[in-house]
Ligand binder design. Structure first.
Ligand code: CR6
Length: 804
């Protein structure tokens, strides 16, 4: 492989690539072509290390983890990879010689939209950290042809367009046709006596879907480790198609072909809600089976007997979407390797660990048994047997107590309960923040906790500080390095050394300059790219995340409207100018979330058109919020809105990205906000609203009366008038009043308004504000995904780092 280490070599190779890939000389290249050339060059550059990394893992027979996730929300890779292989400056300067600015090249890369929100982005942060920590860990997922939809706002409303992110190819991937495997769907499965009388399974008349892997290198941070993210694409097989044609059934043959290709076509645009589509179940089994077959093949080649599988391999399931890995591993060990049920079960439960990401009941996956059975007959037999043995154990301990069995059954009410399968079939179950992990134990998974208390643990989420601070905010990175040196880059907890500088006026001044600069960069960008004008001297108050009723964007906008009404009545009111920025996609079928977007845009227009308010207030809803837009927004934020109904947000990870960039959290005691508050205290964060236990108590007692609040609080009554602007908003009004305000928006309204006043009071004290900002940055290190991943490696996977 021709590679490059110096600027001279870079330029020589660049010119060659321009010829080979595009038959152009350098002057004729478009920015997109420049991007494609550099990406290809980086892939070449790291290919030796990639091969070397795998060789060392195999040769040393180290224990490895495979992280199965139905989403990986990667974001752009060019900048990240340049940073990781320490070639950013060389590349920048070489391009300059050719007359290109690297900053113009970055935006040419489309965001791979292979995820919805937090869960998918978490998976991306986690593989980044595994490589940075030199842990032998790989990702496994689906190569969706269409990612999450492209969001447009037309007349204030969300419109979804297909996201054909692969249109111009994906230069980071390598197709590995020779590593393809076959996955079976449908047919009939039954047991029959085999040699020596033992029962063996027969599975016949199934359809075969070919799974073709595309590998993406995952680079460690300047350490030569290159792990793999393996994405599977579904293809039909000629054999299967011709098999059907032989019987003259064209309709069936084409139906098969179409269905096979359909499997990796779309990412489901749902976040935290149960998507009960047959195709989704096919996707889940497809990538789990393909991934596991390829792991087993590789394992047997390099490591030996399947009996020792669990000594060398850890399998992690990111939520329940990959939980079929449990019966699939049982199938492979029994049907293909000839192991007994008992040995297979021991190996399976020792290998698999499960992370739960939500307590929302509608998001806990359940599949109808008839559909499951029809699609995956062999897997169903195994799940049925797992369930039978498990309930037998329950009966033995609690004879005659039907209700005990009902609570923990995997098959119940004609449904397969995936969370139950995941808990029973793994050795570790974790939540994603301390509060969430407690709620799992005392509430959501309580009966399982009584059975297996030793399985339950917490792993608070984290985000990669390399992308979310170093890459996104070079100005702040430079200031931090000037102040405390560079140790924190490798050991983010060392950011703590920054804390005393909160009392240093010169430092605070520089920090304020950085924040100002980042607000101006954002304002300029939005002006140029989206024709939006912001006042960079206003407070930037930002809520960016998926649109969801539990996340309460509605509470935020009702407060904005409340402020607006105050200003109209009293135009001289002394408030600091404020810019409220929203961004987030609503699932296409989530009516209330889509109406909330409309409401935000309505209030935005109302304010823009009213001179009494427009000087002080501004609302913007940013179209198509994604990872790369996030990288512009977090650095520019003064206030981080984390206002979910307590107990509902399992962790949140945007809260951590804001913290790394020195924003102050305005939040409820929910998810990881609790731990952020624990780190920085009341003095450096603003907390409001009901606590999780209060919320849960209200639910147990049938809720509270939102009408009482409406009747007794004039501010609430006035705020709700905005819902009379448009008949569409009647639905939101109904949810708040007639359907009793499931998410406690009205209940928390007063306390939220007070918290917003507190924000303003603190902002007026510039010295105090930037002291708080400093304390937040200093304590953000705890929320690096390096810390999370080290905990997973030590406490769940039992994994050691490997020097390359
Ligand atoms: N929607 C949680 O809701 C958490 C992420 C990652 C979520 C969110 O609070 O930070 O996972 N849950 O752990 C699911 O996707 C099921 C999310 O992103």
């Amino acid at each position: 492989m021709r590679t490059w280490k110096t600027k001279k070599e870079f330029k020589k190779l660049f010119i060659e690539k321009a010829e080979v890939l595009f038959e152009k000389n350098v002057k004729e290249l478009s920015h997109r072509e420049v991007y494609q050339i550099i990406a290809t060059m980086i892939k070449d550059l790291v290919s030796d290390d990639w091969i070397q990394t795998e060789k060392i893992y195999n040769h040393k027979r180290v224990r490895q983890v495979y992280y199965f996730s139905i989403e990986f929300l990667l974001g752009r890779l060019l900048n990240t990879n340049l940073l990781n292989c320490d070639m950013e400056e060389l590349c920048r300067s070489a391009l300059q010689d050719f007359g290109f600015d690297l900053e113009d090249i970055f935006p040419e890369e489309p965001d791979p939209g292979l995820g919805n929100g937090g869960l998918g982005r978490l998976a991306a942060c986690y593989i980044d950290s595994m490589a940075a920590l030199q842990l032998p860990g790989h990702g496994c997922s689906i190569r969706y042809q269409y990612g999450l939809f492209d969001q447009r706002i037309i007349d204030g409303q969300q419109v979804e367009l297909p996201d054909a992110w692969l249109r111009n190819g994906f230069p980071w991937e390598i197709k590995k046709s020779d590593k393809a495997v076959d996955v079976r769907f449908g047919g009939h499965a039954y047991m029959r006596p085999g040699k020596g009388g033992a029962l063996v399974c027969v599975h016949e008349q199934y359809n075969t879907v070919r799974a073709v892997p595309y590998d993406v290198p995952v680079l460690g941070y300047q350490n030569r480790t290159v792990n793999t993210l393996r994405l599977w694409k579904a293809e039909y097989t000629r054999e299967n198609m011709y098999g059907q044609l032989r019987y003259g059934d064209y309709r069936k043959a084409l139906q098969y072909k179409d269905q096979a290709q359909q499997i990796s076509r779309f990412l489901y645009p749902n976040d935290s809600t149960y998507e009960g589509r047959k195709l989704r179940l096919m996707q889940e089994y497809f990538f789990v089976s393909a991934g596991l077959q390829s792991i087993m093949r590789h394992y047997k080649k390099h490591y030996g007997s399947p009996k020792l599988f669990d000594r060398y391999i850890a399998l992690h399931i990111n939520d329940t979407h990959p939980a079929l890995i449990i019966p699939e591993l049982m199938r492979i060990l029994m049907d293909e390797e000839g192991l007994s049920w008992e040995d297979s079960w021991r190996i399976t439960t020792n290998s698999v660990a499960y992370t739960n990401h939500t307590i929302l009941p509608e998001a806990l996956e359940r599949w109808s048994i008839p559909m499951f059975q029809e699609l995956l007959p062999r897997i169903f037999l195994i799940v049925d047997e797992i369930n039978r043995r498990w309930l037998e154990a329950v009966q033995q301990r609690f004879p005659g107590q039907e209700d005990k069995a009902r609570e923990v059954a995997i098959l119940w009410n004609n449904q397969v309960h995936m969370a139950s399968l995941a808990v029973v079939g793994s050795h570790s179950v974790n939540g994603v923040a301390k509060l969430h992990s407690e709620i799992l134990k005392i509430n959501t998974l309580k009966p399982f906790y009584t059975w297996f208390p030793e399985r339950f643990n917490n792993k608070t989420n984290g985000v990669t500080h390399r992308r979310w601070l170093i890459e996104s905010n070079p100005q702040l990175t430079e200031l931090i390095c000037d102040t405390i040196g560079k140790d924190w880059v490798h050991a983010p907890e060392k950011l703590l050394a920054l804390e005393p500088f909160g009392n240093d006026a010169a430092f605070r001044e520089r920090l304020a300059e950085v924040k100002q600069k980042r607000k101006e960069i954002l304002a300029e960008y939005l002006h140029k790219e989206r024709n939006i004008t912001l006042n960079p001297h206003s407070i930037f108050d930002i809520q960016i995340k998926r649109m969801h009723m539990y996340k309460r964007q509605l509470l935020n906008i009702l407060h904005v409207y409340h402020l607006y009404r105050q200003l109209v009545e009293n135009p001289g009111m002394d408030i600091i100018p404020r810019t409220f920025i929203f961004g987030g996609k609503a699932a296409a079928s989530y009516g209330e979330a889509k109406i909330t977007i409309q409401l935000i845009n309505t209030v935005a227009r109302l304010i823009d058109q009213d001179y009494r308010a427009a000087r002080k207030l501004k609302v913007v809803f940013l179209e198509n919020y994604n990872v790369s837009l996030g990288q512009k927004l977090f650095p520019a934020a003064d206030v981080s809105e984390q206002i979910s109904t307590a107990s509902k947000e399992a962790s949140g990870t945007g809260n951590m990205k804001f913290m790394f960039n020195g924003a102050i959290t305005l939040g409820t005691m929910d998810g990881a906000n609790v731990e952020i508050h624990q780190e920085v205290g009341d003095e450096h964060s603003v907390i409001f609203g009901l606590r999780a236990d209060e919320v849960q108590r209200y639910y147990q007692e049938g809720g509270y009366s939102s009408w009482d609040i409406y009747n007794s609080d004039a501010d609430v009554r006035r705020a709700l008038e905005v819902l009379e602007e448009n008949p569409m908003f009647g639905q939101l009004r109904e949810a708040l009043l007639d359907r009793n305000d499931e998410f406690f928006v009205l209940k928390d309204f007063k306390s939220y308004c007070a918290a917003q006043q507190e924000i303003e009071r603190r902002y007026r004290d510039t010295e105090g504000w930037f002291r708080s900002s400093t304390v937040n940055i200093a304590h953000a290190g705890h929320f690096s995904s390096d810390r999370s991943i080290q905990e997973y490696a030590d406490e769940i996977w039992n994994l050691d780092a490997v020097k390359i």
